[in-house]
Design a protein around this ligand. Sequence first.
Ligand code: SAJ
Length: 433
Amino acid sequence: MLHETKPRVCVIGLGYIGLPTAAIVARAGCPVLGFDVSAQVVETINRGEIHIEEVDLDGLVRGVVQRGLLRAATAIEPCEVYVVAVPTPFAKDGHHTPDVSHVLAAAAEIAAVLKPGDLVIIESTSPVGTTEAVRDRLAALRPDLKLPGLTGDTPDVAIAYCPERVLPGRILEELANNDRSIGGITPRCARKALAFYKRFVRGECVTTDARSAEMTKLVENAYRDLNIAFANELSMVADRIGLDVWEVIRLANRHPRVDILSPGPGVGGHCIAVDPWFIVHGAPDDTRLIRTAREVNDRKIHHVIARASALVEAHPERDVACLGLAFKANIDDFRESPARLVAASLARAFGSRVKVVEPFAAALPREFDGTGAELLDLDAALERCGILIVLVDHDVFRAVPAEERSAALVYDTRGIWTERATPPKPAPLRLVG
Ligand code: SAJ
């Protein structure tokens, strides 16, 4: 019987995607080297601990580190598969230009140890053409190797783009179960990457070319941004003409082909508010809709600040509780969060009248320093604050019964406390003939 040797895998970038991916690949039995530029991150992981919060990740990392399957380092080592999961932020030019320098730096690291037979995979969300740019960087640094798409002969290495599509809070489950797009620079590259993902993905893996896979990732997030923008625009119209947007959306969604998303205080996180700009940047004259959706969602934050400020200003005798700092429900991630922007803006304007309730925070972020605002627990805020501003739909906020907030003035940007009865959507009629 043939015994297959498992490839050594190097995951470059041990953040929200890289670390869970490294752990899942290790659980599938491949020896994994996690590479990160931060010595602190590397030490934490080698102790079997984690530096990010994600459901069930701590136990998984501890287990694979203890079994010797996952090890982290600040220096790269030769492996057979390289998975790049580094950030692709905006450049600091104020024009939402994608900055792929971390991806290209990872390529330079890989170039130092790359050998015939290896597979290089980019997972970082990237503008179209980035995988080919990685290939070109490798070609420049390693003229001794034949690279895909640049040679008529069989290439020495395979290169592919394979984006993740996991939801924070469900990363481990979705990494294993979601379908994946596998984009090779050539079909052979795609097949090689497919064989790698089959080791730990139960969802369907669909092969395509690298550019289509890059675009697919951006399109998924732009699609969601556009749909949220529609809901946010409706909410601003409803505020203007004095309608309850939640009631309108609830009713409209009873149409069998209408499914409007939920308005909120704006769109946060590191993906949906960023990735659409990568499409706009690639085709600025043909992306009016995508650009406008981004602008509508950004404008919603200022709309919420203005309305909340007016409410607080009109009632100088009442303290105000901002409920939530996270960028979405039930997670502890406060980066790129509209809720945090709104709360900080109110804290700057109204000082010690502002209380912040965030069950996932141990302390207020730095920008609250010197404002006089304080972090309170939910019960104290409900007792002491005469104005409640719902910024995040955490389950603990949803569960507050109507009688505990009946004396307060409420601005609910998430629609969690709309009390109108909602009968469930009727099941489609079946005609029996
Ligand atoms: N939001 C609303 N209204 C809604 C839905 C979301 O205001 O009806 C807001 C959220 O509160 C949050 C933001 O949008 O501020 C984004 O939240 P999200 O849950 O829509 O998405 P993310 O950023 O957590 O994850 C997205 C996902 N992409 C899609 O659903 C198309 C995820 O599958 C991707 O893997 C992830 O981006 C990524 O890494 O790209």
